[in-house]
Structures are given as C-alpha cells and as structure tokens.
Design a binder for this molecule. Structure first.
Ligand code: ZN
Length: 449
C-alpha cells in the first residue's frame, strides 16, 4: 500500500491524497488551494499524477477545499466514478456551479485560462454516485465505507480496507455537539489514519456562550437602531445561524426585527438541508416533528435577486443581514459593508474563521479604514466575533476521536492544518496516545507495510 500527499499537507486547504491499494489507484478529495485569495495560483498547475490512471475518486464532504478541483480532474482525463454521500453530491453541484464565476474572475486576474467550464462540472456530476453512511462498497482489491464525520451535513470519514490493512481518511471532523448534526462517529480499529488538524493545537471556547453572544449582539444593535451584518459561509454556517435565530425568535428571546438571508447560494443549500431530515440529530428531528420549520421564522426574508438585495437598503433600521462571502472576499456582504461599516450604530459580527489578508480579517484586526470597490470606507461600527461557531474539532476532540483506535494504529498523519497546528497535534498524539505521528510534506509518499 502506498500513500501520496498531493494536497492538504502542512496547509488547511487543497486536500488531495492518492492511495495505491489492492492494485488500484484511488484519490481521496480533490480540493481547491485557498489562501488570501479564493483560488491560489497553485490550482492551475497540472496534477502530479495522470488523471486518466486513477481508478476512483472518493469525496469526504462538499466544502470547496475538498471538491474545488474535481471538474479540473475530469477535464484533464479522469474517466472513472466519483463516490460521496447523497447530501455531499447535492451540495457539490450547487457549490461548484456557484464558484465557477469567481474562478473565472481569478483566472483573468492571474492571466490564466479558466480552471474548468460548466460542461466539466456537468460531466463530473454525471459519473458521481451517492452512497449512504455504513454501506460497504466492494471493489476488486479493496472496499470503502463512509461514516458520519459530524462536520457539515453529509460529511464523512472514509475507511478503506485492502491488502489485509485498514486506513482511515478523516476528512474534516465536527465540533461535537453540533446544534443540528449528529455526533461524530468513531471506529474501534485501523492500521493507519490521516487526521485533520485545522485546530490541532487549540481548545475552543465554551459552547453555550455562542447563542448568548448572538442574543446580546442582536439586542444591542436593535437598541441602537443599527444594522447587524453577519458575513457567513453559505454552507452550514448560514444554516446554523438561521437555526439559532429560529430558536431565539420562537422563544421570544429577541425583539422582532427583519432578518435578510441575502445569498442565493445559501438559500439553495438550505433547501437541500430540508431533503435530509434523517441526517439531523435527535433533538433537531424532534423539533421538526413538532411542526417547527427549523430554518424559517416570522420576519425572515430570502432575497434571491440583485433587485431584492438592493431593496434591503430601503428597509429602516434595525435589521439583520446574513450574506456571503464568509470572509468578505466577495459577494453581497460587500455592498452592505460599504454602506454600514461607517455607521457607529451598526455592528458587524464574525462567526467564522477570517484568513490573513482577507477584508474580514482587516476589519476584525481593528483597521480604521478599509477599501471596498475602490473606495475608502471608515470603520466606525462595532466589531464582534463568536469563535465557538467553528465546525472543526479542537485538539481534545481530535484526540478523543483517535483514542478507540489507539491499540491498532501503527501511524497517524496530521493533515489539513497550518504547520504549527499539525505539529502540535502530532506531538500530542505521540505523548498522550503513544502512537507514531507525522506531519507529511507536500507531495511526499509513504510505503505502508
Ligand atoms: Zn470542511
């Protein structure tokens, strides 16, 4: 068995692993490399393997740093099947189509040809098979099974068995307990494991505080008659915020105020969530059975068109606007930020990670003036953040997930993290669990005996 790290090594994004097992070459994830830009130049380089030689592609979940280069793989000669859970397939379609125009803009900026076209996306979806959790897929020479990773709806970790060995690819692991998802599953044995380490060196703040912070921020914005802007990722984060708002509204814990979900992508993705009721946790399923629509409440407006989005400006304060992109690198949030960042009665609330160099990070770092659409905008509004909204497991949760496999694991690879985070996790795995652990280099390979 041979394992190649062609992405996600010493970096959070661009997950792409090649496994040779039972005489076959398979890939796990084919994500976009992302940094201060939506799409880094690295994505335009050819793959370090021949796509036509690959026998199958397995996708852990639908975040763009795990699926963003799938159409490129197809374009460059990959001919075989793609496998993921059913929600991942549905989300992937919406995410890939949505990101295409941003990718085209980035390609123009870098003076490159587009990474792929809509036709490549359609071709990829045509050979994409949806497989439920726990269904063992048997191939010549190996098998594959998806388990619930609890990170976003439909996210999976994948167990491959072949050549008398078992290897686990964690994908991204959830920050259990999650407000809507089931807890991350565990398995009791494996020989090798790749584990994500985005927060491999950190401990998240206490979970209950996030709903309380959200409530406080809404109350104070309403009191000062301002606008509350929430830049949010369209997949999972937007739905989590809607879920919390639904609960706060239904229990009359916040004043009545119009809420705008100003993101066509988030609106379409939310519709997919409604298809997969059985994927939610027990409490959420109970709420749904009681007749409550968990992502809908009085005062919520979904704005699909640009015209509807512009109309939001005319609605008097106070109001709440949830819009993408999550790090203010583009999208409708920029129009709202241009208008309301200079208003000292308004608030911007960050509910997700803000990468260095992004507009979101600049605002969060307290810059007094930021540039939006070529205009200098003074930042006079309140700036708040809720850290506990991470959908990634922190160090204690990552160790807890590995523990049941402690006796059988021969080596663990810490991936999908910045070098310090991956290194901190690898050290802890060695010290606390006594398992050999490494942080692989990009494009390195290992012979797994
Ligand atoms: Zn993810």
């Amino acid at each position: 068995m041979k394992l190649y790290f062609h992405g996600g090594a010493q970096t959070v994004t661009g997950a792409n692993y090649l496994l040779e097992i039972g005489g076959k070459k398979i890939l796990v994830d084919c994500g976009l490399n992302q940094g201060s830009r939506f799409c880094e130049e690295l994505n335009f380089e050819p793959f370090p393997y021949k796509p036509k030689d690959i026998d199958a592609l397995f996708i852990t979940h639908a975040h763009i740093d795990h699926i963003g280069r799938v159409p490129k793989l197809k374009r460059e000669g990959f001919r075989e099947q793609i496998y993921s859970t059913p929600p991942t397939k549905d989300f992937a379609e919406l995410m890939l189509i949505d990101s295409e125009h941003i990718l085209n803009q980035e390609a123009q900026h870098l003076k490159r040809n587009p990474l792929y076209t809509t036709a490549d996306i359609i071709k990829a979806l045509g050979s994409w098979e949806a497989v439920p959790y726990h269904h063992k897929l048997d191939f010549e020479g190996f098998s594959a099974t998806f388990y619930d990773a609890g990170h976003i709806l439909g996210s999976g970790f994948i167990v491959f068995e072949g050549e008398g060995k078992k290897i686990v690819f964690s994908g991204d692991l959830g920050n259990t307990p999650d407000p809507i998802l089931k807890p991350t599953e565990t398995i009791s044995d494996a020989d090798y494991c790749l584990i994500e380490s985005a927060y491999g060196g950190r401990v998240h703040e206490d979970e209950p505080s996030r709903k309380a912070i959200l409530k406080d921020v809404i109350e104070s914005t309403v009191k000062s008659k301002g606008t509350l802007m929430i830049p949010a990722f369209a997949l999972e984060r937007a739905q989590e915020i809607l879920y919390e708002l639904n609960s706060l509204v239904e229990h009359k814990r916040i004043p009545k105020v119009p809420v705008f979900l100003d993101s066509p992508l988030a609106i379409s993705l939310t519709a997919v969530y409604k298809k997969y009721g059985s994927y939610f946790n027990v409490e959420t399923q109970k709420i749904i059975k009681s007749g409550d629509q968990i992502f809908n409440f009085s005062g919520l407006h979904l704005t699909m068109t640009t015209e509807q989005s512009k109309e939001i400006n005319k609605v008097p304060n106070p109001k709440i606007i949830i819009a993408g992109s999550g790090m203010s690198q583009g999208g409708r949030i920029l129009h709202h930020e241009r208008r309301y960042l200079s208003d000292h009665n308004s608030t911007v609330l960050f509910v997700g990670y803000q990468v260095a160099g992004s507009l979101g990070r600049k605002i969060l770092n307290g810059e007094n003036v930021v540039r939006i659409f070529g205009e200098d905008i003074p930042v006079r509004c309140k700036v708040k953040a809720i850290g506990g909204y991470s959908s990634h497991a922190d160090q204690p949760l990552l160790l807890k997930w590995l523990k049941p496999m402690k006796k059988s694991l021969r080596k663990v690879f810490a991936v999908q993290g910045e070098p310090e985070e991956s290194g901190a996790l690898a050290n802890k795995i060695k010290e606390e669990l006594g398992i050999p652990a490494e942080v692989p280099q990009l494009d390195s390979f290992y012979e797994l005996a």
